[in-house]
Design a protein around this ligand. Sequence first.
Ligand code: HEM
Length: 405
Amino acid sequence: MQAAAELDLPFLTMDQDEFAADPFPHFAAARAAHPWLARWSLGYVVTDYQAMRDLFSMEGKMRMLYDNIVAIMEAEGTPWGNFQQRHMLSMSGATHKRVRDVLAASFTPRQANLHRPLMQQVIANQLDEWAPRLAFDFEEFASYFPITVMCRLIGADPAVIPGLRSAMEAIGLSTSMDKRWLPAMQEGVITMENFVDDLIADRRAGKRVSEESDLLDLLLQAQDGGGLSDRELGDVLIFLFVAGYDTSKNMLTLTMRLLLDRPDVYRRCGEDHDFARKVVDESFRYHSTTSSQRILDDDITYRNVVLEKDAIVWFPLSVASHDSRLGERAEEFDPDRESLSPHIGFGLGPHICLGQYIARAQIHEGLHLIAQRLRNPVTTGPQGYRPFPGTWGIRGLPVEFELAA
Ligand code: HEM
C-alpha cells in the first residue's frame, strides 16, 4: 500500500491554454507514467476510464467541492459564491433527492423525444436567419440553439436571449478556478437572478408567451405543493439554463470541428438522420465538455494507493474514453465502429446529468439540419479554447460554406 501523496506522479498543466488546445497527448503521456493517477495544481487527476467508474462507485466517501471552490476564489457571501453553494450540484442527500424528483419526470428519454419537433423548428428558423450570410462564427451560431430550446421548454420569451448569453458564458467558467473571471461571473449570476425573478413574477401575474403548459408551470405547482422553496425554484431555473447552455453549445462546436476535417462524414449527417445520431454518440465518446470534481470525506484505497481524506480529486470525464487501453482504436473518431465501453461524459452516480437526453436529442437534430443546409463548410481553425478544467470547448470557430440548393 502506498500513500498517493508520496508517489512520484505525472503533473498535468490543465490550467494552460496550450493544454486546452489539445489535451489528449498530455493524458496519454500521464497514463504512460502512471496507469491511472496524476496531479495538477489543485489536487489529483484520475486519468483512467475504469478508475473513474470505480471511484465514482464510492460516492458515499466523497462530496461536491463547491464550498471549496468558493473559498479558493475568495468569494464567500457574494452572489456568485452563494449560488455555487446552493445550486443542484451542491445539494446532497434528501434535499437533492427531493429537488431531483420534482424535475425527473420532465427529463426522461420519452420527454426528450417529444421535444424533437420543437428542436427541429428552432434550428430551422435559426438557419433561415443565419445561412444567407455564407460565413459566420459557428460557436456564436451554436450558442443561440440550446438557449432558445430551453426558453421554449420553460416558457420564456426568446427575445431575452441576447441579454443572457454573456451571463451564461461567464457562469459556465465557474469551475475554471481562475479569479480573472470572477467579476463577470458575479455579474452573470445577478443578471440571471433578475431574469428568473421577473419570469416567475410575470407567470404568477398570468403573463405567458404560450398557452401550452410548460416546465415552469410544473415547477410552480411543485412550489405551491411545498416541493420547492422560493429560492430553490429560482436556483433550479438558473441552473437548468446554465447547465444546458455552455455544455450543449460547446459540444455542438467540438463536433463541428471534428467534421470540418471529415467532409464525407459531415455530408452523411445531412443525408441520414440515423447516421447523424451515431456521429453524435461517437463524438460524446471521443470527447465531451465537462470535468467533475470531488473532495474526499475519508481515505480511499484503490489499486493499492491511498488517496487521503480532504484531497481534491478531478475526473476529466470529457476525455475519459479517449484511452487506447479501452479497446481497439479508442483514440480514433469513427462513427461506424462497433461500440466500445459506454462513455461517461454525462457523469455517474446520483448527480448524473439530468438533461442528457435533451442534450443528445438537440445536438442530433441540430447537426442533421445544419449538415443539410450548410454545404462544404471550411474553417481557418479555432480562434482559441475555453479552460480545460471548467466547461471545456472552442472559442470562436469561423466557417464559410455554400447554401444547399
Ligand atoms: C453536452 C451536453 C451536456 C453535458 C456534457 C453535461 C454534463 C453533465 C455532467 C458531467 C453532470 C454531472 C456533474 C457532476 O456530477 O459533477 C451534469 C449534471 C447536470 N446536468 Fe448536464 N450536461 C449537458 C447538458 C445538459 C442539459 C441540456 C441540461 C438541462 C436541460 C443539463 C442539466 C443538468 C443538471 C440539472 C445536472 C445536475 C443533476 C443533479 O445534480 O442531480 N445538462 N451534466
